[in-house]
Ligand binder design. Structure first.
Ligand code: NAD
Ligand code: DAU
Length: 349
């Protein structure tokens, strides 16, 4: 068995990745290290609670002594590092935790990995640092898409913190030879996404007949990547990626925010048999400060060198995502109230 450390495995992408990896890699024992912020829900993996191939550790990536204990005990063959503060708006209202988790936490994890590799002398180790396209900054309408060579130009405290952690990850390869690969992906959507992000927020506001807040004029463009495609890409990069390299991951589905919101309205209306159009709920609100206009990913490198291309179309996967939320309203209530945490904290503290 291989021991694989997944950080942030109770958040949106980490949850999807653990479910995916559990099925794909029968020889993995997955150790999920998650501190359970508002965005982490360990109930997502309740079906694995007693499974010998899964261990949940309630802990912080900033805790060096815990990291050392975990590396000593499990002698990890690999790390997939998802844990982060991930919401841009929160980074604007309260930036400090983004430095602590995304910069210091990532640094401590890299250091723990390096200490383990140096002390054990192992050559069977890989560290995949999961990052974002936001590190590249904002594109104009006609600009070429981001490549792995695009210079870093982060706009928000969130993207600045991710940019910093990417540089540390690369520096640990260049300076110490730690086998690190970095992925920079575009906006994910799909099951288990915390309803502060655009797509789940809009779905749930429609169901609750609440206004649908669109920042500015809704002209900002994002490249949407279905989370199942992202999981595929991460597994392929983890297996085949070259240490020291960066791989961009995109969905090839650039859309203006207003188009996304209108599409969700129409799909939800169709599925729920609504009589009145939910588009009437669209409300243009004050723009996000420093709001990046456009992200777009050039996927040539991952396509040619790793053999990965996203398979899901936006329209089809958006429809599946809406179905998932419609079928999981108890999950939505649980994460919105945070009630399950009292029970969970007792189990794991
Ligand atoms: P998320 O906010 O849904 O989940 C983050 C998880 O990390 C949560 O379970 C949280 O409890 C955990 N966590 C936070 N601080 C921690 C700490 N100090 N120690 C241990 N665990 C901690 O985030 P997500 O959307 O799943 O994003 C995962 C990763 O992917 C992040 O690194 C993010 O920057 C990156 N990313 C996300 C997207 C996206 O569209 N969601 C796109 C590009 C990159
Ligand atoms: O590009 C990758 C990034 O995508 C990830 O690194 C981040 O972790 C992830 O949160 C996401 O960042 P965005 O800021 O692009 O996602 P968000 O869902 O917050 O917003 C998507 C777009 O919709 C953005 O242009 C802002 C806009 N928006 C968002 C919200 C929450 C609105 O118009 N109204 C809203 O209420």
């Amino acid at each position: 068995m291989k021991n694989i450390l997944i950080t942030g495995g109770s958040g949106f992408i980490g949850t999807n990745f653990i479910k995916y990896a559990y099925d794909r890699y029968k020889d993995w024992h997955i150790v999920n290290l998650d501190v359970l912020t508002y965005a982490g829900n360990p109930m997502n993996h309740m079906e694995l609670a007693k499974d010998p191939r899964y261990t949940f550790i309630h802990g912080d990536i900033c805790d060096s002594s815990l990291l050392k204990q975990l590396f000593d005990k499990f002698k990890f063959n690999g790390v997939l590092h998802f844990a982060a503060e991930s919401h841009v708006d929160r980074s604007i209202s309260d930036p400090e935790i983004f430095l602590k988790t995304n910069v210091m936490g990532s640094f401590k994890l890299l250091q723990a990995g390096l200490d383990y590799v140096e002390d054990s002398g192992t050559s069977d180790f890989k560290f995949l640092h999961v990052s974002t396209d936001e590190v590249y900054g904002s594109l104009g309408a006609g600009d070429a898409a981001f490549t792995e060579k695009t210079g870093y130009d982060p706009s928000s405290p969130y993207s600045a913190s991710k940019a910093s952690s990417d540089h540390f990850a690369k520096a640990f390869f260049t300076t110490f030879g730690l086998p690190v690969v970095v992925t920079n992906c575009s906006n994910n959507y799909g099951p288990y996404q915390f309803p502060e992000k655009l797509i789940p927020l809009v779905i749930l506001n429609i169901l609750n007949k609440k206004p649908l807040p669109v920042y500015g004029k809704g002209e900002n463009v994002r490249d949407w990547l279905y989370v199942a495609d992202h999981c595929d890409a991460l597994a392929e990069v983890f297996e085949k990626g070259v240490s020291g390299e960066t791989y961009n991951i995109g969905g090839g589905e650039e859309k203006k925010n207003i188009e996304v919101v209108q599409k969700i309205c129409d799909l939800v209306d169709e599925k729920t048999g609504a009589v009145k159009s939910s588009r009437d709920l669209i409300t243009f609100v004050k723009d996000r400060p420093g709001h990046d206009l456009r992200y777009a990913i050039n996927c040539d490198k991952i396509d040619h060198e790793i053999g990965f291309t996203a398979k899901h179309s936006f329209e089809q996967a958006l429809s599946q995502t809406i179905d998932w939320y419609l079928g999981h309203m108890d999950w939505v209530r649980a994460v919105q109230t945070g009630e399950y945490k009292k029970w969970i904290n007792k189990q794991y503290s």
